[in-house]
Design a protein around this ligand. Structure first.
Ligand code: SAM
Length: 221
């Protein structure tokens, strides 16, 4: 007997209601974007049935697609209104790139693992996301070619906020980055206001490490 296709749209609506809205995500633009992006298209085929699980899922090369709540928390903390140029570090599957692409004018997304970056670029193209560019590079060093950025999102934990990223923030720009501490990764927002950098802790999360010149050392080297 043929198995019925899962109702992904219903799963997605349930995820937005139970995992996001009930847990304090209140930015309606973020909630709408996450109601629209088909997360099942960003996970390996054999894991599609778990696309809306309340957790991260493996995408190969020891990396993960982030938990939906984490993507929403980062997007909400960026306070996007639609006109921004956003630099994203850690493309992974491209899921968060697709969400940010609905919230901002354009996204430049950097991924250090070529296999993941290339697959994400193809996926985004297939889905018709035309305001996102995926570049294979060490994002801990930023991307000076397109700086300054109105917002920067980092999807991997760093020992401290990379100086290159801070220097690429536009006036009134926001950098959201998980900072690794001895006990947890703390999702942290930095804002540049009147030339001063302010810092606000959003909450504890778990991330894979940011590996690069201004992140952690590459364990394979
Ligand atoms: N946001 C992604 C998604 O929705 O699928 C998940 C990102 S995953 C948790 C973190 C990603 O950061 C991994 O793909 C990893 O290879 C990447 N990464 C780690 N260090 C990096 C660096 N220095 N520059 C760019 N990407 C990096």
């Amino acid at each position: 007997m043929a198995h019925a296709e899962p109702d992904f749209a219903a799963d997605r609506a349930r995820m937005v209601e139970r995992q996001l809205r009930r847990r304090g995500v209140s930015d309606e633009r973020v909630l709408r974007a996450m109601t629209e992006v088909p997360r099942e298209r960003f996970v390996p085929t054999k894991l599609r049935g778990r696309a809306y699980d309340d957790g991260a899922l493996p995408i190969g090369r020891e990396q993960t697609i982030s938990q939906p709540w984490v993507v929403a928390a980062i997007c909400q903390a960026l306070r996007l209104e639609g006109r921004e140029t956003v630099l994203e570090i850690g493309t992974g599957s491209g899921y968060s790139t697709a969400v940010i692409a609905l919230l901002a004018a354009e996204v430049i997304s950097l991924e250090r693992i070529a296999e993941l970056g290339d697959a994400a670029r193809e996926r985004l193209e297939q889905l018709g996301v035309d305001n996102a560019e995926v570049i294979v590079a060490d994002g801990s060093k930023g991307h000076p070619a397109r700086a300054p950025y109105d917002a920067i999102a980092v999807h991997a934990a760093t020992p401290e906020a990379p100086h290159s990223l801070i220097s690429e923030l536009a006036p009134n720009g926001r950098l959201v980055v998980p900072i690794a501490t001895a006990t947890a990764d703390l999702l942290t927002a930095f804002s540049r206001v009147d030339g001063e950098l302010t810092q606000e802790t959003i909450g504890p999360c778990r991330f894979v490490p940011l590996i690069g010149a201004e992140g952690f050392a590459d364990p394979s080297q």
